[in-house]
Design a protein around this ligand. Structure first.
Ligand SMILES: Cc1ncc(C[n+]2csc(CCOP(=O)(O)OP(=O)(O)O)c2C)c(N)n1
Length: 521
C-alpha cells in the first residue's frame, strides 16, 4: 500500500466522509486512493474557494471535519478567503495540499511556492515533512487537531502539506484513529464567581459564541436567564445557531458599532461564554473599537476551547436553575408580501415561506437582515458569514446540503458576494443538492455606499460610484445558473418571489431565484 491509500483509509476510519477536491498532477496518487476508497465521498468543485467553503459547511453541520484536496500553493491561495471564514467559525477541517516531492522543491519548478507561509495564517496544526511511512499517522493527528478547541482565534483547521513522494512511497498501512480529544472543563472557581455576579441583581448578559451556541448550551443558558433575568446575546455573525419556534430565545448583536452600543446600553455585567469582548467590525474615526457599555464589568465563564455546555450546565445547577423554563421563540403567521420588490418584502417573503428544518446560509446582501424575522417561522439552523470575506454563503450552502441531504438549504446571497464563488452552482447541480439560492440582485456593492456615506461624504464621485456599481454590464443570474446546470427564474414582484420560493422548497434539487424588480435597474 502506498502512503496516499494509507492516508485516505485512515481518514475514513477516523470518520471523515467527504473529500471536496480540486486536484492536479501532484495529487494523482491521492486521486487514485480516493478511487479505491468509495466510503470517502469525493466531490469535485471548480474553484478552491468552493472546496474550502463546502468543507466549512460540512464541519458546521456535522461537527466533524471534511477533507479538502488542493493543488500546491496556488490552489491553496484560491481557497484561503473561505479558510479564513472557516477559521473564524471554528469549523473542523482537514485541509490537504499537494506538493512536489521534497527533492523537487529545490529545482524551483513553476508551481513551487512557500506553502507553509500561506497555510500558517489559518491553521491550528500544520505538517509539511511527512514521509510515506508517517503520512497515515499524520492524517490521524490532523483529524484529532481539527476536533480540539484551540485558544484565541486559531480555529480548527489542520493543514497537511503532502509531498508527492509521501503519497506514492511504500507505507506500513493505515494508522489507528487517536482517542477523541475532550474539551477542558472550566474550574469550579469560575462557575462560582459567575454565579455570584449574576446573583447580585445587576442588569447582566451572557455573550454566547461557538461551543456556547450549540443547542445544549442554549438550553442551559435559557434556564440561567429565566432564573436571574440576564439577557442572552450572540455575536453579530455566529457560525451556527439553531433557532426558530421552540428554540431558546437569544438576541443577536447588530452590525454597526453605534447599534451594538445602543443594544447593550444598560448592561452592567457582561459574561463571556466561549466569546471574546465585542469589537467594532471596522475601525472608524472617533468611534470606540471595543464595544462595551460605560461602566460595564466584564467576566468570563469559558474560553473558546473550553467546554461551554458543561460550564453553563454547572452554572445553572449552582444557581438552582435546573427546573426553570427557558423563554422560547414562538410561531407566528407571517403574511405573504405584495408589491414591487425591496429588501423589506424580500425578507418577508423568505419568512412567510420558510420550510421546516431549513439550513439558512447568509453572506453579504440582505440575508442577515432576515434573521430576526425568521425566528417566529419554522425551526432552522442559521449559518452566518463568520470572517467578513464575502463569497462564503454559496459554498457553505453546498457543504451543508451534502452533509444534510434530508434538509432544505436556503442560501441568501448578495449579487456581489455570489459572484465570487458562483461555481457553487455547478457542484450543486452535479450532486443534485437541495439548495434554493436567493440572489439579492440590487446590481450594487450597496453596503460600500453605506460605508462611504458614514465617512460624511454625501455624494460619491463618478469613479467611486463606478467602483460600487456592478450593474454595468448587468449579470443575468438565471442564465448563469442555467449554464451551470441549475434551473433558475427571476422575480420582479413580491408575489412572484413568494411563488418561486414555495415552488423551490417543494421540489428537490437546486434552484436559483434572482430577486430583481425595482431593486436593480
Ligand atoms: C473577499 C472580500 N472582498 C471584498 C470585500 C469588501 N466588500 C464587502 S461587502 C462588498 C460588496 C457586497 O455586495 P453585495 O453582495 O451585492 O451586497 P450588498 O452590499 O449590495 O447588499 C464588498 C466588495 C469583502 N468583504 N470580502
Amino acid at each position: 500500500m502506498n502512503g496516499a491509500k494509507a492516508l485516505i483509509e485512515t481518514l475514513a476510519d477516523c470518520g471523515i466522509e467527504y473529500c471536496i477536491a480540486n486536484p492536479g498532477t501532484s495529487e494523482m496518487h491521492l486521486v487514485q486512493a480516493l478511487d479505491s476508497v468509495p466510503r470517502m465521498k469525493s466531490v469535485l468543485a471548480l474553484f478552491e474557494g468552493v472546496c474550502t467553503g463546502a468543507a466549512d459547511g460540512i464541519g458546521r453541520m456535522t461537527g466533524k471535519p471534511a477533507a479538502t484536496l488542493l493543488h500546491l500553493g496556488p490552489g491553496l491561495a484560491n481557497g484561503i478567503a473561505n479558510l479564513h471564514n472557516a477559521r473564524r467559525a471554528n469549523s473542523p477541517m482537514v485541509n490537504i495540499v499537494g506538493n512536489h516531492p521534497h527533492y523537487h522543491v529545490g529545482f524551483d519548478a513553476p508551481l513551487t511556492s512557500d506553502i507553509e507561509t500561506l497555510a500558517r495564517n489559518y491553521s491550528c496544526w500544520m505538517k509539511s515533512c511527512s514521509t510515506s511511512a508517517s503520512l497515515a499517522q499524520d492524517g490521524a493527528d490532523a483529524f484529532s487537531a481539527s476536533l480540539r478547541g484551540h485558544g484565541g482565534s486559531k480555529g480548527q483547521i489542520a493543514t497537511l502539506i503532502m509531498g508527492a513522494d509521501a503519497a506514492w512511497g511504500e507505507s506500513p498501512g493505515p494508522a489507528k484513529p487517536n482517542p477523541t480529544p475532550a474539551r477542558p472543563k472550566v474550574d469550579e472557581q469560575a462557575v462560582g464567581d459567575i454565579a455570584e455576579r449574576l446573583g447580585n441583581g445587576e442588569p447582566s448578559a451572557l455573550l454566547l459564541e461557538h461551543h456556547a451556541t450549540t443547542p445544549a448550551a442554549l438550553e442551559a443558558a435559557g434556564r440561567i436567564a429565566a432564573k436571574t433575568g440576564c439577557r442572552l446575546l450572540n455575536g453579530t455573525f455566529p457560525a451556527r445557531v439553531d433557532g426558530g419556534p421552540g428554540r431558546v430565545a437569544v438576541e443577536r448583536l447588530p452590525y454597526f458599532p453605534e447599534q451594538v452600543l445602543a443594544a447593550t446600553a444598560g448592561i452592567e455585567q457582561l459574561v463571556l461564554v466561549g466569546a471574546e469582548p465585542p469589537v467594532s467590525f471596522f475601525a472608524y474615526e472617533n468611534v470606540p473599537g471595543r464595544l462595551l457599555p460605560d461602566g460595564c464589568a466584564l467576566s468570563r465563564l469559558s474560553a473558546v476551547d473550553e467546554d461551554s455546555i458543561d460550564a453553563l450546565e454547572r452554572l445553572a445547577e449552582t444557581l438552582g436553575a435546573e427546573k426553570e423554563q427557558a423563554k422560547r421563540f414562538e410561531r407566528k403567521e407571517i403574511p405573504a408580501p405584495e408589491g414591487p420588490l425591496d429588501t423589506r418584502n424580500i425578507v418577508q417573503a423568505i419568512a412567510a415561506t420558510m420550510p421546516e428544518a431549513a439550513i439558512v446560509c447568509t453572506d453579504s446582501g440582505g440575508g442577515n437582515v432576515a434573521y430576526p424575522f425568521c425566528q417566529n417561522t419554522a425551526p432552522h439552523s442559521w449559518l452566518s458569514l463568520t470572517g467578513g470575506a464575502i463569497g462564503q454563503g454559496g459554498p457553505v450552502a453546498t457543504g451543508a446540503a451534502l452533509a444534510c441531504p434530508d434538509r432544505p438549504v436556503l442560501a441568501l446571497l448578495g449579487d456581489g458576494g455570489a459572484a465570487y464563488t458562483n461555481q457553487s452552482f455547478w457542484t450543486q447541480a452535479r450532486e443534485g443538492l437541495n439548495v434554493t439560492t436567493l440572489i439579492f440582485a440590487n446590481r450594487s456593492y450597496n453596503i460600500l455606499n453605506v460605508e462611504y456615506a458614514r465617512l460624511g461624504i454625501t455624494e460619491a464621485g463618478e469613479i467611486a460610484a463606478s467602483l460600487f456599481d456592478i450593474g454595468n454590464p448587468n449579470i443575468d443570474w438565471t442564465k448563469m445558473a442555467a449554464s451551470f446546470g441549475v434551473p433558475a427564474a427571476k422575480a420582479d414582484t413580491a408575489e412572484e418571489l413568494t411563488a418561486l420560493l414555495k415552488r423551490s422548497h417543494q421540489e428537490p434539487g437546486p434552484f436559483v431565484i434572482e430577486a430583481s424588480g425595482e431593486m436593480g435597474r
